[in-house]
Write a protein that binds this ligand. Sequence first.
Ligand code: FES
Length: 105
Amino acid sequence: MHCQERTFDIQPLAQADMTVHINGQAVIAAIGETVLSVIQSLGVRQIARNDHDQITGAYCGMGVCQCCLVKINGRHKRRACQTVVRDGMQIETQVNRITAQEVVV
Ligand code: FES
């Protein structure tokens, strides 16, 4: 399986413990990493889509601002900065079920 390259890590990943999928792309991850750190290791800064259909990036990194909400294993609005990765996790960025349901007239 081809994994997406982690080019924005501050230090290279010492050991790949698992594989997660971000927007359908396989990415290696380490035990204890947050979903946000894996997303940012790919250089992705625009993470969430809010209820006003605006794209946001992670701001606080500690679970307060709600600017990093992603879809994880089919569940919407999970905080990427507060969620520890699990093997096989399916993560989608820039999705919002409210804006997806709105009909443009
Ligand atoms: S970055 Fe603020 S809640 Fe996740």
